[in-house]
Each structure stands twice: as structure tokens, then as C-alpha cells.
Design a protein around this ligand. Structure first.
Ligand SMILES: [Fe+2]
Length: 237
């Protein structure tokens, strides 16, 4: 016996299933306990000598007198007059006051490798610099010393008028590498704005600056009409 035909059931119209939205991209994971360390800092110390008025009057007189009878030495200076490195022998007691303060600061900023204070009998050489209009110093370091520094006898009016130039300029010891790939970007951390570039210290009469001797530095040209007088010194072991 023949079986009856199966009823034909119309198929429902094909309806495509709505496309499922893709899974949303996951958001950032939560970073906790963030700590940003600024490793390998470079100390550049600056301070004022309380006895500056008396010291500067004495040094100014003896340095300008020395300049009259002695030719300039030539190292990194771009113009100007630079004395010999034996200033302790001819500049009177005021230079010893300056140098003793520098030695005290250097000892304060120096430790042994365990981080403990250590008394050091610093050897010193120092010299005078007289800069007039357009004079400066090109980038250089001070080989053969641990700390180097500057003491400003006369800022030549720089402190009151930044347009006169004459700033002390320190080059980033990390070099230019940090800015080679994306020079428009920098680190959003302290000191980031001068990454791969240089920092400026504005001199003022009576100020002492102390920095590691290996730190590359320069003196920007002085554009005033007065006389900018400074003492430079090296502290070695
Ligand atoms: Fe120098």
C-alpha cells in the first residue's frame, strides 16, 4: 500500500540573523602601585655667600689690577681675559674665603660608596675670568678634577636684565639620543622640558655654583656694556 504524500509545509521566508556587533575592545588593565623613579640624577648646586659684598669688592680690585699686567690664557674662552690657575697665590685672603666655602660644599656633597660622609683634603686650582661684550666660553669639561665650580664676583647686570645673556649653560649628560626619534615629545616628568638639550643657570654676584667636573658646560655670550667677573675652580684629590 502506498503511503500518503507528506504535507508540503511552506518554508518561512529566509531571514538573515542580525549581525552581532563585535565584542568591544577591552579597556586598559588597571595599573596599580605605579612608581616613577628618576634614576641617575646629576647634582648642580648653587648658593650665595653671605660675605659677598666684602669679598666681591676685594676680588674685583685685585682681578682687574692683575688683568692690566698679564696676558690672558686661552682654554675654552671665546674672548675675554682668563688668568693663570694660580689665583690662590696672588688674589689675597678673599679668594681663600671663596675656596674654603667651595671645599666645604664639595665635602658635603661627596660620600663614600656606602653613602657615608668622608673627609677629603681637596686640592684646588682656581682662576679669574673677565668677560666684556660678546665674550663667553664654548662647551667644555674639566678633566682631572672631581668637582668644578664658579663664583660670581660681578654679574655685569645679568641678574637684573636676562637679555644681557651670560648664562651658565649645562648640557644634558645623556646626550641628544632621547630626542633623536621624536624631538617634539619629551618626558612628562620633572626636568622633562630640557631633555636632550641644556639647562641655564642665571649668575648673580655672590652666587657659587658647584657641579661634577665631567659635566659639559658653557658660558653664553655676554651682551652687556659692563664687566662680568667670575672665579672658576677645580677640586681634585
Ligand atoms: Fe668651565
Amino acid at each position: 500500500m502506498k503511503s500518503p504524500p507528506k504535507p508540503t509545509v511552506p518554508l518561512p521566508p529566509h531571514v538573515e540573523a542580525p549581525a552581532q556587533p563585535p565584542d568591544p575592545a577591552p579597556g586598559p588593565a588597571s595599573l596599580v602601585n605605579l612608581e616613577v623613579q628618576n634614576l641617575f640624577p646629576t647634582p648642580v648646586a648653587g648658593g650665595m655667600l653671605a660675605e659677598a659684598p666684602q669679598i666681591n669688592a676685594a676680588l674685583r680690585a685685585v682681578i682687574l689690577e692683575r688683568e692690566k699686567g698679564h696676558a690672558s690664557t686661552q682654554h675654552s674662552n671665546l674672548g675675554g681675559w682668563q688668568s693663570t690657575w694660580d689665583m690662590l697665590d696672588w688674589a689675597g685672603p678673599a679668594i681663600h674665603q671663596v675656596v674654603e666655602a667651595a671645599k666645604q660644599l664639595a665635602t658635603k656633597l661627596t660620600a663614600d660608596r656606602q653613602g657615608n660622609p668622608i673627609p677629603i683634603q681637596w686640592k684646588v686650582n682656581c682662576w679669574a675670568n673677565v668677560n666684556r661684550s660678546s665674550h663667553g666660553n664654548e662647551f667644555h669639561s674639566h678633566p682631572g678634577a672631581y668637582w668644578s665650580g664658579t663664583y660670581y664676583v660681578d654679574d655685569g647686570g645679568i641678574a637684573g636684565n636676562p637679555e644681557l645673556g651670560g648664562e651658565f649653560e649645562v648640557q644634558d649628560p645623556r646626550g641628544v639620543a632621547p630626542v633623536m626619534y621624536a624631538p617634539l615629545l619629551t618626558f612628562a616628568t620633572p626636568g622633562g622640558l630640557t631633555l636632550g638639550s641644556s639647562e641655564l643657570v642665571s649668575p648673580r654676584a655672590g652666587m657659587m655654583v658647584l657641579f661634577p667636573s665631567w659635566l659639559i658646560h658653557a658660558v653664553r655670550p655676554y651682551h652687556g656694556a659692563a664687566t662680568r667677573i667670575s672665579i672658576a675652580f677645580n677640586l681634585s684629590l
